[in-house]
Design a protein around this ligand. Sequence first.
Ligand code: 5GP
Ligand code: ZN
Length: 113
Amino acid sequence: MPCVFCEIVAGRIPAKVAFQDEAVLAFHDINPQAPVHLLVVPKQHVTSLLDLTPAEDALAGRLVRSARDLARELGLGERGFRLVFNCGADAGYSVFHIHLHLLGGRKLSWPPG
Ligand code: 5GP
Ligand code: ZN
C-alpha cells in the first residue's frame, strides 16, 4: 500500500496545497475539524513521531515554524490556534506519515477529546 501523504507530495493524489518549500508541504485536511485545518508534512517519509531521529531535528523545527507562519498568515496569530502531532492508537493516528495538524478559527476546547 503506497503512503497517502507520499502520494500527495508526489502529486499523484490531489490536495489543496497551502504552502510548500523543498522540505515541507502543507495542505488542507480532507475532513476538517475546524474552519482552519491544515496538515503540515515533511516531503520525505517519516512514519511517526516515534521514528524521528536527531538527524531530523531541523526538519521537525521546520514543520513547527511552517505551521506557525501559516497560522499567522491566516490571521490566527492574535486569536490563537493549536498544533497537534498525534501518535499511536490512543491518539487516533491513522495516516502513517508524520503530520502536524494546524487547527484554528474556532474556540478549541481543553482537554481535547
Ligand atoms: P491523524 O488522525 O493520523 O493524526 O490524522 C490524519 C488526517 O489525515 C485526518 O485528519 C484525515 O482527515 C486526513 N486525511 C486522510 N487522508 C487524507 C487525504 O487523502 N487527503 C487529505 N487532504 N487529508 C487526508
Ligand atoms: Zn509517506
